[in-house]
Design a protein around this ligand. Sequence first.
Ligand SMILES: [Zn+2]
Length: 339
Amino acid sequence: MNNKYSRQLLFWPEGESSQKKLSEKIVTIIGIGALGTALANHLVRAGVGEVRLVDRDFVEESNLQRQMLFDEKDAANHLPKVVAAENKLSTINSSVKIKPYIEDLNASNIEDIVEGSHLILDGTDNMSTRFLINDVSIKLEIPWIYGGVVHSRGMTTTIIPNITPCFRCLFPDVETGHAETCDSVGVLSTVVHVIASYQVTEALKLLIEDRTFIREEMIQLDVWKNDFELFPFQLSLNEDCSCCQKKDFKFLSDVNTQLVSSLCGRNAIQITPMASKEIVFNDFYKKWAKLGKVKQTPYLLRLTYEGYQLSLFKNARLLVQGTADQKIAKRLYSTLVGE
Ligand SMILES: [Zn+2]
């Protein structure tokens, strides 16, 4: 018996055959923060074939309270989260193929990233990315598992194209602006692991192709107040749903030339060019060194300029920390990176 997975093989309904199915599957995890690191940790240990890790951010000290694959060294080195996660995961189970994507997931790149995946797991912290995941899931017929945590509360449900309702059935009005976020009300690290565990359990059922006990309800729970509720998700099916019924993929068709987004609660703006572009760090290092203190890592260039902290990634994405004003960020982009 395969020693690495011996306890799991005893559990699987079809032993080695279930494990083989798992080892042939590709899972894309979107967002490698609190939920994403827990999801990746479980799946890599379980022996899935390939995990794709997608995240735009680098590790910061405030992440360490709940993002289990990172440590103080990763934060000090400003390592991109997907790189720090890959480093750790490859020491946990070297049989699993790990593909890191240091990307801001958007309409122009999501189809390429998830193509060929058997499942998408939600580790994000915002509704607009979830609507984008939902569009691509319905379009490419890839199931996805929603998970959300804030404060001591969590929610999760499994969305299977052509079988269950979709995320737009559940949230037909796209209201993304007023939700509470981890940045405004905080998050308890334990609720993250409860929700991630439910997500991975459902994921394993799908990946070993045993849907006997697939959960048809949405879970909503509060670990602090001891609430646990199951909602019949099937009842949410909207026969007029613009996404799963009418196949109008609104979020996938939203392709701009430049994507400017405010990072909620972080006093930061991010600018992502939609056309693919490659930055040569050495060239920029020379230019930027005349303007202020520059630090170069294999993944990003950091510059302190006019009191702002700027991080430039290889794909020409710029993160401006120290302002919530998009005009300032755009000006800095055109001055320092170009059009
Ligand atoms: Zn729908």
